[in-house]
Design a protein around this ligand. Structure first.
Ligand code: ADP
Ligand code: MG
Length: 699
């Protein structure tokens, strides 16, 4: 950065020490350069205003011009609000404030002329706009035409004179002064390939766009630049870690793999399963430590992939383990893996919290002696007493259920860290995967085994309860099984627990013995009872399973064809998708019924609609990203990454992709940054990498 750009913000004309402090505190603007990168989040088009009478036809936000004709405070306590009457040439509408009333009320005296921007909402036959953005019009002064930038501002900034207009004035001061001071930081070949405008023009035009197109081009250039640096950083980090961490070299696929593949595999692998196994196999033979994320929608057959990869490890003289988040799931893996390997001479064992002490002792001993080839289990695998003779591969199923610290424990189970494969059925939108796991390798199973029928999903209210029961009965008569899931987010929630139990009672009344048998599983039961109930259902001895979300992940009962989710509005999208994934695992047509109350918020409505519209986990994850934002989805520990100034991971997926491709091109071209045109980039990248810890490593 040139000297001028690092000049403290106080020195800009019209700022000074006091107001400078406010800019630092409230907007993170320390110096001139920061101000340049304080971008407007939208523009006001001064040539276009809506009329109040047009509001019913407008979908998004409206921009109105008119004056205040009255105002009053309504309600009291938490329901207190300020309603201002606003009139334009066509009609009147209420503007409403629930917060900051003291501050806004005196500004909106009768006769005040303003421009209003916001989304109108309908209440009965009337519309109002709550917390609109306002701009005060100075009487007798002609309105400026053209695009006017709108900047984020808060109460403290506004008090210091930095409302959006105030920030705009600062930039008017600064922009002419920095002419020829901004260094271009994208190489010419990338700019030419993508037709990107120069950095200096982009910065000028984003603040003072001569046209909509100019604003768009400026945004695109700046978003690309931001994401490009991020992707380049991730790719370079990946190279550094790979160089540093050596891994076991699994030379060949080995006999167990070939024998299994030729003689015992229960079905033909899907194309996607084959491709993923090839990708993993390549890692394992490279001599570099594998740290790979395997994403595959529910039911895509990740377990079989896991098994076959473990066979490669065994064929090379190593042990393997697979860790699942719940005992139910670990047990299920244990059973299915043991079954698939029953005709082969491979020793598979199970270790969970409930494993008896005496059995444990034997297991520990056999592991150290190398007598066990595959260990399946839960967190119990992580205990220090669990030691292997030669652990070569660790697989983690449903990774989103484990914390980072837990995962890293697996690394210490051998001298060299075992290869690691992390599997998840919670699809992460591709943009997020590229960004958060950008220094990891990601494999995707994007194909379901043949013959699966789309699950039919519908949304029903309580009034349809009897019909739903009838439907259950019909399906059970056909020999199918039914899940009914209740929300029990926090096991200590008394109310949820009561709902579950009264639900269970009404089910047993409607579906009585001896014709029907109902299982129940919830978190308050002890592990043996849970396991017993689960097995009863899995073996078809009971027809209905009433449960909490303990069955959310991984459970596989192919004969179950109906999933009923109670109070579905209380669940998040990825959870709903996971739950639905418990059915549709066999050849039968399966159904998912989302029960909800009549009172639904906007987001809840959107979630239920999305579920009814699609079965595609990746599409669902994209909607989830838009509803919740990247921070919520990925958890907060990685939020450093969300420090994006202009890009929005939920909206700019294509630019992320493009940035990734170009970053790769660059490394292909000049991996050591030796070309002169890349010198500036190399310098900037180095400082980025040194200034941040390695946050995105998964283990
Ligand atoms: P997930 O990816 O959700 O863990 P699973 O591994 O539990 O999925 O597999 C779901 C179901 O699909 C299981 O019943 C499994 O036996 C079956 N399955 C896996 N691979 C195939 C395949 N290639 N062809 C047919 N069925 C398969
Ligand atoms: Mg699974």
């Amino acid at each position: 950065m040139s000297g001028l750009l690092t000049t403290p913000i106080e020195y800009l004309k019209g700022v000074g020490p006091k107001r400078g402090a406010v800019l630092r505190e409230e907007a993170g603007i320390q110096n001139f350069g920061d101000l340049l990168f304080y971008f407007p989040f939208r523009y006001i088009d001064r040539s276009k205003f809506h009329l109040i009478t047009q509001i019913p036809e407008i979908v998004g936000a409206v921009q109105l011009k008119g004056k205040i004709i009255g105002g009053k405070e309504v309600g009291s306590g938490r329901g207190k609000r300020f309603e201002a009457k606003f009139r334009d040439e066509s009609g009147t509408i209420d503007l409403v404030w629930f917060k900051g009333i003291k501050w806004i009320k005196p500004k909106l005296s009768v006769g005040t002329e303003i421009i209003v921007w916001g989304k109108a909402k309908q209440y009965g036959s009337k519309y109002n706009i709550s917390h609109p953005e306002l701009e005060f019009i100075t009487p007798n002064q002609p309105l400026e035409k053209g695009l006017q930038p709108v900047y984020h501002s808060g109460e403290k900034l506004q008090k210091a004179g930095f409302n959006s207009r105030g920030i705009e004035r600062l930039l008017k001061e600064l922009l002419p002064a920095i002419r020829n001071q901004i260094t271009e930081d994208l190489p010419d070949w990338i700019r030419n390939d993508l037709g990107l405008i120069g950095k200096e023009i982009a910065i000028n035009n984003i603040h003072q766009p001569p046209s909509h197109t100019a604003a768009k081009n400026a945004q695109f250039r700046l978003k690309f630049q931001e994401l490009f640096y991020l992707q380049l950083e991730l790719l370079v980090r990946k190279q550094i870690t790979q160089r540093k961490i050596k891994g076991f070299r699994f030379e060949g696929i080995g006999t167990p793999f070939s024998t299994f593949f030729d003689e015992h595999i229960p079905f033909e692998l899907t194309g996607a399963q084959k491709r993923v196994i090839r990708e993993i196999r390549k890692d394992l033979s490279s001599g570099v430590h594998m740290n790979r994320l395997l994403q595959g929608d529910v039911g895509s057959g990740k377990t079989l992939v896991a098994l076959m990869v473990m066979l490669i490890a065994i064929g090379n003289g190593y042990q393997a383990c697979i860790m699942a988040p719940t005992a139910i799931l670990a047990n299920q893996h244990f059973i299915s893996i043991s079954e698939m390997l029953s005709k082969m001479n491979i020793k598979v064992e199970l270790l969970i919290g409930a494993t008896k002490k005496s059995k444990r002792k034997i297991l520990h001993h056999q592991l150290e002696q190398g007598e066990i080839d595959i260990l399946v289990g839960t967190h119990a695998l992580l205990e220090d007493v669990v030691r292997y003779k030669n652990l070569g591969l660790a697989i983690i199923d449903e990774q989103h259920r484990f914390g980072v610290a837990q995962r890293s424990k697996l690394w210490k189970k051998n001298l060299l860290p075992p290869h690691q494969l992390v599997m998840t059925a919670t699809p992460i939108p591709r943009t997020l995967a590229l960004t958060f796991y950008g220094d990891l390798d990601v494999s995707v199973i994007d194909e379901l085994p043949p013959g699966r029928k789309e699950i039919q999903t519908s949304h029903r209210y309580e009034s349809a309860r009897l019909k739903v029961f009838q439907f259950m009965e019909d399906e059970i008569k056909k020999g199918r099984q039914v899940y009914i899931v209740y929300p029990l987010i926090d096991e200590s929630e008394k109310l949820d627990y009561q709902n579950l139990m009264s639900g269970y009672e009404s089910i047993t009344r409607r579906f009585p013995l001896p014709n029907y048998k109902v299982s129940i599983v919830h978190g308050k039961m002890n592990p043996e009872d849970k396991e017993h109930e689960m097995q009863q259902f899995a073996q078809g001895k009971t027809q209905i399973m009433v449960a909490t979300t303990v069955i959310e992940v991984g459970v596989n009962v192919p004969n179950a064809s109906v999933m009923i989710i109670e109070s579905a509005e209380k669940f998040g999208l990825s959870q709903l998708h996971q739950l639905r994934g418990r059915v549709g695992r066999g050849g039968e047509q399966s159904f998912c019924i989302l029960m909800s109350s009549y009172k639904l918020g906007e987001n809840a409505k959107k979630r239920l609609e999305t579920m009814c519209e699609t079965n595609d986990g990746f599409k669902i994850s994209e909607v989830d990203l838009k509803l919740r934002g990247p921070g919520d989805i990925m958890g907060t520990q990685q939020s450093g990454l969300l420090n994006l100034k202009i890009s929005d991971l939920a909206k700019d997926a294509q630019i992320v992709q493009l940035a990734r491709e170009k970053a790769k091109d660059l490394l292909d071209k000049d991996i050591k940054f030796e070309l002169k045109e890349h010198a500036y980039l190399a310098k900037k990248l180095r400082s980025l990498i040194q200034s941040k810890p390695n946050w995105s490593r998964i283990s």
